[in-house]
Each structure stands twice: as C-alpha cells, then as structure tokens.
Design a protein around this ligand. Structure first.
Ligand code: PGA
Length: 256
C-alpha cells in the first residue's frame, strides 16, 4: 500500500509574483486531493513565502538541496535545521544538475541523506544514468551503485520513510521521457535491489519517476506498478499541467 507522491521541482525559476500566483492556483484546484501526496520545491529564497501561501493547504514544501552542516562558517549554505524550522518536509538531494554543475559526489550525497534523517526530514534521493551509460546498457549498474554508495555510509533503515526519484539524465528537460515500460523495468530493478537488504523497506519505499513528465505521458507512467508518482520539473511551473499530473496520479493510484 503506497500513497503516490508528486513533487514540483521549480529549479532556478520564480519571483514573488510568480510564487503568489502559481500557489494560489494550485491551492484552489488541489485542495480536495486525498489520494496523492503533493509537494512543491521553489528556490530556497521563496520557501518562506510559499509556506505562508500554503497555510490550510494539503500541499507540502520541499527544498531543492541542503548543506551537510547544521550551522557555522559555511557561506551561502542552508542547513537541514533551518529548512525544518521554516516548514519544509522533503528535500531533494543528488539531483543530476547538482552532481554535474556542482561536482557532488555520492559520498557528499550520503552525508546530506544522513543529516536530513537526523533532523526528521524526508530525503528525495535522485539517481539515474547518463545517455552514454544508457546506450552502454549500464542503467541498472549505475542505479545500484548510487544506492549502494548510500548504504555504504548508512544502514538500510535510513531508507525507511525516504523517497527515491529515478531520473534518467537523458530524459530531463528534453521532452523525451523514458517509455513507461523502460521506466517500470528500472523501478522494479531498484525495488528488488533494496529488497535484497530489506523486503519490507522495498515494498514501502516511494520510487518516483522524473524526466519530461507531462500531461500526456503521466497516466501511462502512473499505471506502472512500481512507479509511485513523479518528480516534475518544467511542467510544474504551469499550473494547469501540474494540477492535471497530480489529479492523474490520484485517480490511477486510488486502487492501491
Ligand atoms: P523535467 O525535470 O520534468 O523538466 O524533465 C525533472 C527534474 O529534473 O526533476
């Protein structure tokens, strides 16, 4: 029994006006959704504004990143304690854009995972292969390695009440999603890989798909048994698209 989760990853997009207008629309249209957990991840600067706008809403707040330290001389960083303090529930870590543009290593990502768990926040661990790795048939190996690196530092218990987002890098922002069959096969592999450590954790863990999710492909992805929702980038900036994707998840996954 898994409750689907759809998160809107706004990336480096937004303004006070946009946050106000977009959240107003989401708030109005998504308030009756009970079969799908919903979160939005605006840029850190707008989290407090978003939190206020989300009062009395079933939409929760996610952050796009976190530092490995809780406080101190770390100019420009934001701590897990601060994110928790302002009302964040989920934190995306290991997104390929951070792995690539900020040289984030699996070890650093494991540290972020650990600090989030220590603060009672829910990590959304992004994993996924590049186009070259995909072409070379290394998708499963890459995903397994990225999970094993976390397990090298933390026990399988850390994955209880955590989220994994499978995001093939070649599908992000390209309008070329993985096919539902491709995605389902990787999701199943990921769940089986975790089941080798703990079948109960594997059964319960939410595995989102991310990479060019839109109103047209959402239903075909969500009918797949191991796809428990989506991490939505570009389409989460358009109210009507995000609302439709959440509604689709809520309807399709109702049977669970
Ligand atoms: P996209 O991004 O939906 O724009 O492909 C997804 C993500 O990077 O989380």
């Amino acid at each position: 029994m898994r409750h689907p989760l759809v998160i809107g990853n706004w990336k480096l997009n937004g303004s006070t006006k946009m946050v106000k207008e977009l959240i107003e629309k989401l708030h109005n249209e998504l308030n009756n959704i009970i079969n799908c957990n919903i979160a939005i991840a605006p840029p850190t600067l707008y989290l407090s504004q978003a939190k206020k706008a989300l009062i009395n809403s079933n939409i929760t707040l996610a952050a796009q990143d976190v530092d490995i330290n809780l406080f101190g001389a770390f100019t420009g960083d934001n701590s897990a304690e601060m994110l928790k303090d302002i009302g964040v529930k989920y934190v995306i870590i290991g997104h390929s854009e951070r792995r690539i543009y900020h040289n984030e290593t699996d070890e650093l990502i494991a540290q972020k995972f650990s600090i989030l768990k220590s603060q009672g926040l829910i990590p959304v661990l992004c994993i996924g292969e590049s186009k070259e790795e995909n072409n070379a048939g290394k998708t499963e190996q890459v995903c397994a390695n990225q999970i094993d690196k976390i397990l090298h530092y933390l026990s399988i218990d850390a994955f209880k009440n955590s989220v994994i987002a499978y995001e093939p890098i070649w599908a992000i922002g390209t309008y070329k999603s993985a096919t539902p069959t491709q995605a389902q096969s990787v999701h199943k592999f990921i769940r089986n890989h975790i089941a080798k450590q703990d079948p109960i954790v594997a059964e319960k863990i939410i595995i989102q798909y991310g990479g060019s999710v839109n109103v047209n492909n959402a239903s075909k992805l969500f009918v797949q048994p191991d796809i428990d929702g989506a991490l939505v980038g570009g389409e989460s900036l358009k109210a009507h698209s995000f609302i439709s994707i959440v509604n689709t998840a809520s309807i399709i996954k109702k049977v669970y």
